[in-house]
Structure formats: C-alpha cells, structure tokens
Design a protein around this ligand. Sequence first.
Ligand SMILES: Cc1cc2nc3c(=O)[nH]c(=O)nc-3n(C[C@H](O)[C@H](O)[C@H](O)COP(=O)(O)O)c2cc1C
Length: 189
Amino acid sequence: MTRVISENVGAFYHHHPKVAAIVTAQAKGKKNAMTVDWHTSLSLNPPLYGICIVPGRFTYQLIIDSKEFGINFLPFEAVDLIHQVGSSGGQQIDKFQRFNIASDEPIKTRVPILKAAYAAYECQLVDDRDYGDHNLLVGKIVAVHRLQEAFTPEEMLDLDKVRPVLYLGDELYLTSSGDTVRHLESVGY
Ligand SMILES: Cc1cc2nc3c(=O)[nH]c(=O)nc-3n(C[C@H](O)[C@H](O)[C@H](O)COP(=O)(O)O)c2cc1C
C-alpha cells in the first residue's frame, strides 16, 4: 500500500461508509423526503441531532418554514427508495405519491414518519448554521419511533434482524451483518 498525501481535498469520501437515512419535512400542505448521509448525534442531554443540508434543497425550505424535521433509518431492503428520494426533487414531484411511500403519524410534530423505518426521530429545529455549501440544522429529538424487534434489550440494532444501509459514495451502497460484530471489554483506565 502506498500512502498518498495531498492538499487537494476533493470530495473527501474517505471517511465513508456512512449510514444513509431519509429526512422528512412538511410545511404549507406539502410533505417531502430526501436522503442524507451527513448526519450525526450531537448531545445526549438535551438530545440533539444534526443534519447537513444544501440550502437549495426543497427539504431545507420545508424545514425552515415548519421548524421541524424527521430522520428515518431504513433497512437495506429499502435501498432503492433511499436512492430514489436522494436523486429526485420535491419541488418537481410528490415523492410520497411517485415512490408509493407509506407513513405513520408523528406524535409531537407534523413530520412524516416512514412506515418502512426501523427507527425514526421527530426533531424540533433549534439551530441553522451556514458552513459553506451545506447548512448544519440541529434538532431537539422530541419523540423516538422504533421497531422493538429490531433492537437488542440494550437498544443496539440487532444485525441478525435488520441490516442498515451504508453509503460508500458515487452511488454505491452496502450493508453489514451480525457475524462481523465483536464485543470488546473496556481497557479500564
Ligand atoms: C446516498 C445519498 C446521500 C445524500 N446525502 C446528502 C446530504 O447529506 N446532504 C444533502 O444536502 N444532500 C444529500 N443528498 C442529496 C439529496 O438527497 C438530493 O439532492 C435530493 O434530491 C434533495 O431532495 P429535495 O430537493 O426534494 O429536498 C444525498 C443523496 C444520496 C443519494
């Protein structure tokens, strides 16, 4: 292996794969869904979740208008849907109708919760910050939806039951399986 060092940053996909998830939003009678792989938990108390979105996206406008967003985690069986909502614009089409997306009712917000999701968070927007070509939108998680059978008693995703969608970049997707899981003891200092 040859290590290459460069000041040319490029698209920096090197830290992938990342979990691909679907952000949902609803405002002024319109609902929409888009894929994100740039997202992260930010704080446990208060429970904060961050998503990075290009401000030109239709979803961004809906989030700013409603001050809410949902983030939905889907199994690998839904990889086609993840790619479809990540490569089409809600300004042009109704993605829920076009891709036959079924949703459940939220309890604290008006964001669509996807029926196919093994977990989803309802978030209330607490911050919107410009970081170059993406904005970091931070939401307080006000409700968690999850399929009980998809998780272990310790609330970890059970990889024998559900395979997550991982995104490598450049339209390449993969998943992982339970036989790669290793439990390591704490080093203790
Ligand atoms: C796997 C994947 C990951 C993506 N991640 C992001 C992301 O993190 N942030 C972003 O702004 N767009 C991301 N996109 C692009 C948007 O999902 C895409 O532009 C979408 O069409 C926007 O929809 P909208 O205009 O209806 O909001 C991603 C697309 C794919 C396929």
